[in-house]
Design a binder for this molecule. Structure first.
Ligand code: HEC
Length: 165
């Protein structure tokens, strides 16, 4: 009796978890409505990525002693915040198959879970950078900054961005 009650409960929890995650996945991977919408979202993501680039330059200057810790914490926090918005900036139909000037590979949508995981990885690396700056430990700061660039940004770019010059 107890055992079967337990397994029924476990099964319904599994069902609810499945529904919640299924629903998230579906809403996260929406198709873009049309060309105007595509241009808009692609412009937004270009601005977001360029903002990430600026924040990384602030952090690099900080690592070289040219910015103070307060500015560096702000830059790393900005990266942390922006990273959570990355998936919403990549609706289906906005990749380099549709737009010649895009660097967004189609594998983004084929491996959507890995893509959202890569943006979560950036969130984590940026949070670790904030903690490192607050610790004022130079070794830890260097390590966190290297990790942020290599695995936070690079972890996604290597697989999902077709970099051109
Ligand atoms: C989860 C994936 C992902 C993460 C994480 C990510 N990027 Fe990107 N980034 C992309 C993709 C995909 C493109 C190409 C977008 C396009 O061309 O439509 C891109 C493009 C860019 C561009 C070019 C933008 C332009 O329009 O010229 C810059 C700069 C950039 N990223 C900087 C960064 C920096 C710095 C970080 C880390 C702080 C970062 N990105 C993290 C996926 C990511």
């Amino acid at each position: 009796m107890m055992a079967s009650q337990h397994s029924t409960r476990a099964a319904s929890i599994a069902l609810i978890v499945g529904l919640v995650f299924g629903a998230c996945g579906a809403s996260a991977q929406e198709r873009v409505a049309g060309d105007d919408e595509a241009e808009k979202v692609m412009e937004m993501r270009s601005q977001t990525m360029k903002g990430l680039g600026r924040s990384m330059r602030t952090l690099r200057d900080f690592a070289r002693g040219r910015k103070d810790a307060e500015e560096a914490v702000m830059a790393a926090s900005d990266i942390e915040k922006a990273s959570t918005e990355i998936p919403s900036l990549f609706p289906i139909g906005t990749g380099l198959d549709e737009f010649l000037d895009s660097e967004a590979k189609e594998v983004i949508w084929e491996e959507w879970d890995a893509f959202t995981a890569a943006s979560q990885q950036l969130t984590e690396k940026a949070a670790a950078m904030v903690a490192a700056i607050e610790s004022a430990d130079q070794g830890r700061i260097r390590e966190a900054f290297g990790d942020l660039g290599r695995n936070g940004c690079g972890g996604c770019h290597n697989r999902f961005r077709e970099e051109r010059d």
